[in-house]
Design a protein around this ligand. Structure first.
Ligand SMILES: Nc1ncnc2c1ncn2[C@@H]1O[C@H](COP(=O)(O)OP(=O)(O)OP(=O)(O)O)[C@@H](O)[C@H]1O
Length: 306
């Protein structure tokens, strides 16, 4: 059903003068989903988000948000969306609360003030302090509340945990989860793999203006390299595991303790180990960070190479 799709980008291209920032970005986000948009600095995350909200205009492609053409209906799209920009512009002379009230009035006054106070408490933000006296992290909290306070059906957040300490990062990720549990769709960008892994149901990886992968975090991790430590009851010959596809030897300590690197499934390794005097084995689960770094180190997915 069309309304099951909240975000749809098809072949979106954006140039800034000579800079080809988006080279045909396509992706789909379903209603109620938490989608993590991952990529290093300069990959095109902010540009994609600004196009989605009709703040800048792509030269080619189609964008539908909440069933609307994002460029023709950007005002309605923005009214129904909670947006946290990558760079916040707050009026330093106002208190946090005055800023939120002002912003809410501009947006048409739909804030849930009980929720605003609950958010401020959870994020440990004093709403009565002038913004000029707030740290970077506390300013970020004002932005997070600004995006959430009208309980929008769509949240678009550009690097939501920027400047926050680990405890507050976790709290913000929890808020994203709760928003999705109450039916909102969440799209957030990040260059921190662990936070995407912790919260996103699907991840899109953008690299040099192209989405090179969309998958569940678990799928990306399964595809990655895993380090395996094997211990044998008695020494085994160095070539006992050498011929297995996708398995490379890292360390061979007297044939009793062996470190391996395995790409893909462990099936072949496990079958071979069953024929050897195995004592035990440990498999390290790669983090999404390792997956991501491997992805970026590998130019196979981009015809222009690294
Ligand atoms: N206003 C602009 N004028 C010219 N080039 C720009 C402009 N904004 C972005 N770019 C370029 O477009 C590309 C994509 O930038 P973008 O900010 O979308 O990346 P990003 O993934 O959000 O990175 P970051 O995490 O650093 O914000 C980069 O090469 C950047 O230098």
């Amino acid at each position: 059903m069309a309304d099951e799709i909240t975000i749809e980008l098809r072949d979106v291209q954006k140039w800034y003068g000579d800079v080809h920032a988006l080279r045909g970005v396509s992706l789909t986000v379903k209603r109620g989903e938490i989608f993590g948009f991952l990529g290093p600095n300069g990959a095109g995350k902010t540009t994609t988000i600004r196009c989605m909200l009709g703040m800048i205009f792509p030269q080619a492609g189609h964008i539908r948000i909440l069933g609307l053409d994002a460029l023709r209906h950007s005002v309605e799209v923005r009214a129904r969306t909670g947006y946290l920009p990558g760079e916040l512009h707050l009026d330093e002379s106002m208190t946090a609360e005055a800023h939120l009230r002002f912003f809410n009035d501009v947006r048409g006054g739909k804030a849930d003030w009980a929720y605003v106070h609950e958010l401020a408490e959870r994020l440990r933000l004093d709403l009565h302090r002038p913004i000029r006296n707030l740290s970077l992290g506390n300013k970020q909290k004002v932005g997070v509340i600004q995006a959430l306070m009208h309980r929008p059906e769509l949240l678009i957040m550009d690097e939501p945990t920027t400047g926050l300490d680990p405890l507050m990062q976790r709290e913000v990720l929890q808020l994203l989860r709760e928003a999705a549990q109450s039916g909102a769709t969440v799209f957030f960008s990040s260059h921190i793999m662990s936070e995407v892994e912790a919260v996103a149901q699907r991840v899109g990886i953008i690299r040099r203006g192209r989405v090179v992968e969309v998958a569940e975090p678990e799928t990306l991790i399964r595809r990655a390299l895993r380090r395996v430590r094997v211990r044998f009851r008695e020494p085994v010959a160095e070539d006992a595991l050498a011929d297995l596809e996708g398995v490379s030897l890292l360390e061979w300590q007297d044939g009793t303790e062996v470190w391996l690197e395995v790409r893909g499934t462990l099936d072949a390794l496990v079958q071979r180990l069953a024929t050897l005097p195995l004592l035990d084995m440990d498999v390290e689960r790669p983090s999404l960070e390792e997956v991501f770094l491997a992805y970026y180190a590998n130019g196979d997915h981009d015809e222009e190479g690294v």
